[in-house]
Write a protein that binds this ligand. Structure first.
Ligand SMILES: Cc1cc2nc3c(=O)[nH]c(=O)nc-3n(C[C@H](O)[C@H](O)[C@H](O)COP(=O)(O)OP(=O)(O)OC[C@H]3O[C@@H](n4cnc5c(N)ncnc54)[C@H](O)[C@@H]3O)c2cc1C
Length: 414
């Protein structure tokens, strides 16, 4: 009897699981359901498309033929509305009931709107899909003024799009710096200066009180939390994600701002797995539950889930150090591991455009941010994977070149 594998979501997590399952189980039934109208594309690159720097074609990863060739049943434009874990079935918005033996939930998240007046006006954008990118590219190429809200990794993409498209934009941030959970002011100032070089003005200790609209209901400006008016024909908001789990509400699957899974991507319900941005997974290196929104992590979780779904027992473990890079500036930027967590940190400035910050938990390196010089990233990722006790050796770790032999011995051999 063939096993029916049903995958919800055709992002990188779902698609990587489908590929893994097909390779490991040539006879299995594999169905992938996505509410988007196009198969997997490179979500990382849609910002370059929205900047006007890339055409559409290189952003696609898989054509529909890719699924046909692998005998994977791809359902585009199909929204999952509910799951019944007793009967092991999935309902879709076109009224179909699909039975599964193994289910993978890889439906990611949806950007949250701001709870302020006029936040759904025309011309106010959120950014997650290729369709969003097409709208943003078109509108940004026409607009002269704009505001961006959300001082994180997605907000800065929107700011950079404004810069590239010649929108005279103000970037409103709640605190005194960009990504205040991972950067101190020393590192953030380099980013602020680079934003100004792109033509984007950072505005600190700010936020949106409400949007103003014109007679056609199109955004015309924003009143910030200090009562200041900002002219804006274009507005973009990136203040977090709601995880797409509403179809699991009536099931016993454990939810906690995402789906709770172990290090094998298993939920608490038999035959139900989850992978990608929406997991609250057990991180075996951190030794605690964690969440991570990055392409590489989602891809690896999909592969781990796929192997375990086929093996029917834990055959693979998610043990991974994620990275996230920003390529909008003259200098490179990379965050790795978990730069917003930990109980200790160390930082050093090397030049006007070179800075490093490292975070530690219980004396072990768990993450960091590199600005300007990424040459040590492999060494740092290795130290994290080796779980070395290095918290009392921060001077060595802040040397321009890290001497791995000079550090305390690894706790875990690679
Ligand atoms: C603009 C942008 C830039 C980014 N840049 C970077 C970067 O530089 N580096 C990096 O590492 N990461 C980056 N990321 C994050 C990265 O893209 C995500 O971490 C990754 O795509 C998550 O993959 P996923 O498969 O978990 O979820 P998603 O890619 O969100 O895929 C989930 C899929 O499920 C579908 N779905 C949702 N609900 C349902 C439903 N009810 N029924 C059917 N289908 C449903 C969605 O439509 C979607 O296609 C960026 C993200 C964005 C938006």
């Amino acid at each position: 009897m063939t096993t029916a594998h049903v995958i919800l979501g055709d992002g990188i997590a779902g698609s990587s699981a489908a590929e893994t399952i097909r390779e490991a189980a040539p006879d299995a039934d594999v169905t992938v359901i996505t509410e988007e109208g196009e198969p997997l594309y490179n979500r990382i690159l849609i910002k370059e498309f929205a900047k006007g720097k890339l055409p559409e074609a290189p952003i696609a990863i898989h054509e529909e033929e890719w699924y046909d060739e692998r005998d994977i049943d791809l359902r585009l434009n199909t929204r999952v509305t509910s799951v019944d874990t007793d009967s092991q079935t999935v309902e879709t918005d076109d009224g179909e009931t699909i039975a599964y033996d193994k289910l993978l939930v890889a439906t990611g998240g949806t950007p949250i709107g701001l709870p302020v007046e006029n936040s759904d006006a025309d011309g106010i954008h959120h950014f997650w899909t290729f369709e969003d990118a097409r709208r943003i590219r078109q509108h940004a190429s026409e607009a002269e003024t704009g505001v961006v809200v959300g001082a994180g990794l997605l907000g800065i993409d929107l700011a950079a799009i404004c810069g590239a498209q010649g929108v005279d934009a103000e970037y409103l941030m709640r605190g005194n710096r960009w990504w205040r959970y991972a950067l101190t002011l020393d590192g953030a100032e380099m980013i602020h200066e680079a934003l100004r070089d792109l033509g984007v003005t950072p505005v600190f200790e700010s936020g949106i009180e409400r949007f103003e609209v014109d007679d056609d209901g199109h955004v015309s400006g924003a009143i910030d939390s200090n009562g200041e008016f900002h002219d804006a024909e274009f507005a973009a908001v990136a203040v977090g994600l709601d995880y797409n789990t509403e179809f699991l509400q009536e099931t016993p699957v454990e939810l906690d701002d995402g789906i709770v899974v172990d290090e094998h991507m298993r939920t608490n319900v038999e035959n139900v797995y989850a992978a990608g941005d929406l997991t609250r997974y057990f991180d075996v290196i951190l030794d605690e539950r964690a969440q991570n929104g990055s392409w590489g992590s989602a891809k690896e979780q999909g592969a781990v889930a796929g192997q375990n779904m086929v093996a029917d027992e834990p055959a693979a473990t998610f043990r991974y150090v994620p990275t996230y890079s920003i390529t909008h500036f003259e200098f490179p930027f990379l965050s790795f591991g978990h730069p917003t967590l930990g109980d200790q940190s160390a930082q050093r400035t090397y030049s006007d455009e070179e800075w490093r910050r490292l975070t530690f938990k219980d004396g072990r390196l768990i993450g960091g941010v590199l600005v300007g010089d990424l040459s040590q990233q492999s060494a740092f990722k290795r130290i994290i994977r080796q779980e070395r006790p290095v918290g009392d050796q921060t001077d060595l770790l802040l040397e321009p070149e890290v001497d791995l032999d000079a550090l305390a011995a690894p706790a875990v051999e690679q």
